[in-house]
Write a protein that binds this ligand. Structure first.
Ligand SMILES: [Zn+2]
Length: 307
């Protein structure tokens, strides 16, 4: 789906939230309450060109050498320059964990910088950093990259996470912990919807990547650790969706805001995706075949960062 800049984005994003769109065609289904942005223009975006990867140095979106890079999405899901692409490395075949702590920290610092720049706009109330990894979740360009959407209001899912006390890394039981690095704890949520689902947050409250007390070095280390474990779990690249919640940029105080990374890996067994089935969508009650404490123990037992 993308040639120039973009690719996955809205198509594979769960039906939550494309609220906050400036001039976009935003519609709400009166039965389900689901909000959808209709973006007919994206249907015409080209497939990956045979001419090569647009994200490699010398490609369409990366004409000059770079270490990390962000730029406006050529096929935006939202108007008004609200969609950006973030390139993690010039190395097409690299993984996130293969970047090592230093390379990962460059990515994390770019996420924070773009959050600051986009969040400073008067027409941006919420900045969502995210990544779709693997063709199984819609990524059609293999080159390591993520995306950022800048909404003109707070989308519904982040809004729920702003309630004080819903995210409590300080009270996670030991049997759900996957890893600790710096200020950050990675754990499997007790009521995980997805097998091997992971949340990562600082144990002490921090509101945003842009806060002075946010340990970006520790975040880089914990991401390298956790994403390495996910690839080790089935000895293959784990397809996943990843996003980051943080304080809105609407100028409000939001004392309940907590920066938190959410990772939803797709596989429940080697080569076997976890499908969301009819009963789950129909009833709103999900069935997770992997016991969260077992998932955490399995991930804990892996090596983390390979040597
Ligand atoms: Zn590439």
């Amino acid at each position: 789906m993308a040639d120039a800049g973009i690719d996955e984005g809205t198509d594979d994003t769960p039906a939550d939230p494309a609220v906050g769109t400036g001039s976009a065609d935003l519609r709400v289904d009166h039965l389900t309450g689901a909000t959808t942005v209709v973006v007919g223009s994206r249907q015409g975006r080209p497939n990956l060109p045979a001419s090569g990867c647009p994200f490699c140095v010398g490609g369409l979106e990366a004409p000059e050498p770079y270490e990390v890079r962000s730029f406006p999405n050529r096929w935006p899901a939202l108007g008004d320059e609200r969609c950006e692409v973030v390139l993690y490395t010039p190395d097409h075949d690299q993984t996130f964990w293969g970047l090592g702590p230093d390379g990962a920290e460059r990515v994390v610092r770019l996420w924070a910088d773009r959050t600051r720049m986009l969040g400073a706009r008067d027409d941006v109330d919420y900045v969502l950093v995210f990544e779709n990894r693997g063709p199984e979740v819609g990524a059609t360009i293999a080159h390591p990259h993520g995306q950022i959407y800048a909404y003109d209001r707070i989308p519904p899912v982040p809004l729920r996470s702003l309630v004080d006390g819903v995210l409590r890394p300080d009270s996670v039981p030991d049997d759900l912990v996957v890893a600790r690095r710096g200020d950050w704890l990675a754990w499997v949520p007790e009521a995980a919807t997805w097998p091997y689902e992971i949340r990562i947050a600082p144990v002490a409250p921090v509101g945003a990547l842009t806060d002075p007390d946010c340990d970006l070095c520790g975040l880089a280390e914990v991401l390298v650790d956790v994403l390495a474990r996910l690839d080790q779990r089935f000895d293959a690249p784990m397809p996943y969706m990843l996003w980051i919640h943080q304080r809105p940029t609407d100028g409000g105080d939001w004392p309940g805001a907590r920066v938190c990374v959410f990772i939803t890996p797709l596989l429940r067994a080697a080569g076997t995706p976890r499908f969301v089935a009819a009963a789950e969508l129909g009833a709103g009650i999900f069935f997770n075949p992997v016991v969260p404490s077992v998932a955490a123990a399995e991930l804990r037992a892996l090596r983390g960062v390979p040597t």
